[in-house]
Write a protein that binds this ligand. Sequence first.
Ligand SMILES: [Cu+2]
Length: 469
Amino acid sequence: MTSRRQFLTHAGIAGAAVAATSVPKSTLAGLPEIVHQDSVDTMPPLSPPDGRPYNPVVTPNGWTLPWRMNKGVKEFHLVAEPVLREMAEDFTAHLWGYNGQSPGPTIEVVEGDKVRIFVTNHLPEHTSVHWHGQRLPNGMDGVTGLNQPGIPSGKTFVYEFTARRHGTFMYHPHGDEMTQMAMGMMGSWVTHPKNHIESEAVDRDFCILLAGYDIDPGSATPKVMTMLDFNLWAWNSRIFPGIDSLNVRKNDKVRVRIGNLTMTNHPIHLHGHEFVVSGTDGGPTTPGSRWPEVTTDVAVGQMRQIDFLADEEGDWAFHCHKSHHTMNAMGHDVPTLIGIDHSNVAKQITDLIPDYMVMSERGMADMAEMEMPLPDNTVPMMTGEGPFGSVEMGGMFSMLKVRKDQAPGDYSDPGWYEHPEGTVAFEYLGEDVPVVSRSAGTSGQSMPRAIKTDQPVEVSIIGIEKKTL
Ligand SMILES: [Cu+2]
């Protein structure tokens, strides 16, 4: 997690925008400077050095791409390339991304801005960039073969369009996209409204891109042929406990923009507050179409923008509600052993294999605490040390930290919430709780079961003598 000190150290990125906009006129004809990011820390919002003002977003464990203004056009330079992405402490993946990271940097513009994006391809194969959700000329839509030839390895292509609609967008390749998105090529795009809309203004605005990876424990490169059974569920290509918390001031109006480039839907759930979906992939929702909720499903290829008033102090869980998505890599084909005493079997096995561990006879919570030998370069399936012990989570899990003394504009981690006296669940220490006998399960059923035949069944297996069962 980003400490206050680290946060200040990395605040220098905002300076890069200024530097990029003050390059000598003689170089303006050439390519915009390539800005790289090596850190996985959450970078402070990039205040616009020129152009129309807006309230910039914060990308947890990510950053915003600086631009240069060239005769009224905002020019960006994206470099598609292999990257090393630390997805959590002790686990670095070999991904493909943009400008040093996966996801690529967030791009922020204002409705009506003329935008020029240079895309240099340093991947071993051709690529393209599709500006997901944008209104633009057909030849700028980035579908390889349909709208443009692929950008060959080593070449730079230029995309030009006007950001016509405000809202939340994404960018990703469209051409061998199964491989390139499985490898982490994606980024967020925010177009701010041209005219300030007071009722829609927020104090803090966060951007999260959902990604799924299939990386075997102990290895580093995603398996790109996986269709559905991904084993790592990431926010901005980080997995819990590697995902920074969203740190806000009490009574801040907060917005979170979520884009889904995984292969399944994610019901995103916030504790302690109700939110409204204030925008979708098609733009802002009308006020009359909004209703309060605590979970919103973000389907594949969709964006959702949620707004809420952070008026409850504390450390509130914020996560995908699919319970397998708040876990890190694990074996799924394990039988459920809850209620089964297999201590005898375990003894016999440990005589042979001393490292063998009995798993899950009381549930899986033990998994978070056991000192199981893990291969290098992986993270435990359920982990994360909270103020009361293990949180037993992984994957798409983080926290909303609401504090009354969080300074405006301060995004650093305030540490654990100090609960006021008498406001934490506590153990009952009164008289003994009576033991209730288990249900005998003697209820009826809606239909009689099908009657099984008692006739012998003849089975013949090729190569084996006929047998009667
Ligand atoms: Cu999920």
